[in-house]
Design a protein around this ligand. Structure first.
Ligand code: ACO
Length: 464
């Protein structure tokens, strides 16, 4: 198949119907801006020709009102708390199917037939091993390294090992890269954990399901049989489904932006992992547990709610609020139910869950959180479940990255296969100095200030 036949036009479903008129009140000039309608969701104003016609940019830090692309993969209605993957509601997917089915759906656009599903499962399972040279990378990290630091490094390094799937113009190579990334992420993540413990790495077992294999790689040791708990495997699978995609979030946008320059998929996903690591994004589930540990007891909840509302205090209630959801995060609803099921079925008594529920109850009745429409997000409960399943806190974001890899790669593929795709290059509102003449160093004013770098060497370069 040629590249040309692969590039398809992702067209808005309905044709241009209305337009917006933009008027410059200073000059009286006006421009007609067409609106485009998607299949569902708000219409968008097409500003692609605005700068060419009018010489003005739009200003939208954080992209709060800007659609950076058109996409067929995921739909969110943040006001109604709706999340659809390829049209299927997230709660149905989480309850009725497994992670591999969702991966196929996100990558290919339709649920697989039984034969396609079986082929896909086999295909993924055959890519789970890492190149032996790549395994040696781990010994270069300190044992105390955060596993997300290892993920960024090792996933980026995949591009040095799998050259035969880095030609992004070849649809077959794109698909092989997608399969490799999905298949190898559990191995890479589990090895980061094993390395921190000083335990030997296990080879993947391809007859196990995706989640079973991940559990075994994480928790088994070569000296003993490892029995997989089906409740734990099912809960983990559900967590992976709930994290599989979330339209143009920070890490997915990072992957798209990196990929827009035609970088290889392994490097792009490494960039996505770096973005996910931040506590405002995927790092929040780890931050929630740290916060709950810091709060400690019910009687201290009001103090922390007060801190969250104090404009002078940087503290935020982790696991609350979302850029898009101004209603319940539908993933958080499923996560809450799963959390109770898992703790009941495993017989885990976790006072942190009780503290979390009390915090949620009080926050949802608090005027500040009500007015700002701050609801628990997916991360509020995921940390508690993951801890009950036996995962250490610093592995939470790693698990998020394993689940999100399919979303990243589905968006990367969609972008490359779209005829609209261009290198991402936002513009800016420049607020710096106006043009001025250079001054030679001898003519510049003297300052008394110590070098701002002095903290690096304690003011004395010879001290080391
Ligand atoms: N606790 C206290 N106040 C909050 C919180 C919070 N968790 N979230 C938002 N607010 C307040 C802000 O202080 C701000 O108040 P202001 O209008 O008086 O200035 C207002 O609500 C709007 O907040 P923004 O930061 O402008 O909202 P934005 O959409 O940019 O941020 C975000 C969304 C980053 C998720 C934010 O809600 C947050 O920091 N939450 C905590 C971190 C978290 O849980 N992240 C996980 C997100 S889900 C995910 O990535 C899978």
């Amino acid at each position: 198949m040629t590249e040309a036949t692969q590039r398809k036009r992702i067209e808005p479903v309905q044709a241009v119907r209305h337009s917006f008129t933009l008027t410059d009140n200073e000059t009286g000039e006006s421009w007609e801006l067409p609106t485009i309608h998607g299949s569902i969701g708000p219409k968008v104003i097409d500003i692609r020709k605005l700068y060419g016609q009018s010489g003005v940019f739009t200003y939208d830090p954080g992209f709060t009102s800007t659609a950076s692309c058109s996409s067929e993969i995921t739909y969110i209605d943040g006001d109604k708390g709706i999340l659809l993957h390829r049209g299927y509601p997230i709660d149905q997917l989480a309850e009725k199917t497994d992670f591999m089915d969702v991966c196929y759906l996100l990558l290919h656009g339709e649920l697989p037939s039984p034969e396609e599903k079986s082929d896909f499962d086999t295909n993924i399972s055959q890519h789970t091993m890492l190149h032996e040279q790549l395994v040696r990378f781990y010994s270069g990290f300190v044992r105390s390294a955060h596993p997300m630091a290892i993920m960024v490094g090792v996933v980026g390094a995949l591009s040095a090992f799998y050259h035969d799937s880095t030609n992004i113009k070849d649809p077959m190579q794109r698909m092989v890269a997608a399969h490799r990334l999905i298949a190898k992420m559990p191995t890479i993540g589990a090895y980061a954990f094993k390395y921190s413990l000083g335990q030997p790495f296990l080879y993947p077992e391809n007859q196990l399901s995706y989640s079973e294999n991940l559990l075994r790689l994480m928790f088994a040791v070569p000296t003993e049989d490892y029995e997989i708990n089906p409740i734990v495997a099912r809960a983990l699978d559900r967590i992976l489904i709930l994290h599989a995609d979330h339209e143009q979030n920070a890490s997915t946008s990072t992957v798209r932006l990196a990929g827009s320059s035609q970088a290889n998929p392994f490097a792009c996903v490494a960039a996505g992992i770096a973005s996910l690591w931040g506590p405002a994004h995927g790092g929040a589930n780890e931050a929630v547990l740290n916060m709950l540990d810091e709060i400690g007891t019910r009687d201290r909840i009001s103090k922390y709610l007060g801190k969250a509302q104090d404009p002078e205090d940087n503290f935020r209630l982790m696991g609350f609020g979302h850029r898009v959801y101004k209603n319940h995060d539908p993933r958080a609803k499923v996560m809450r139910v799963t959390c109770h099921e898992v703790l009941n079925e495993l017989g885990v008594q976790d006072p942190t869950l009780e503290l979390a529920m009390e915090l949620e109850r009080i926050a949802l009745e608090d005027d500040y959180f009500v007015e700002k429409k701050l609801y628990p997000n997916v991360d509020f409960y995921s940390g508690i479940i993951l801890r009950a399943l036996g995962f250490p806190t610093n592995m939470f974001t790693v698990l998020f990255s394993i689940g999100r890899t399919v979303g990243w790669i589905a968006h990367w593929k969609e972008m490359l296969e779209s005829s609209e795709s261009k290198i991402g290059r936002p513009r800016q509102l420049y607020v710096g100095n106006e043009p001025r003449d250079f001054t030679a160093v001898a003519q510049r004013e003297h300052t008394e200030k110590k070098s701002s770098w002095s903290w690096l060497w304690g003011g004395n370069r010879n001290s080391d």
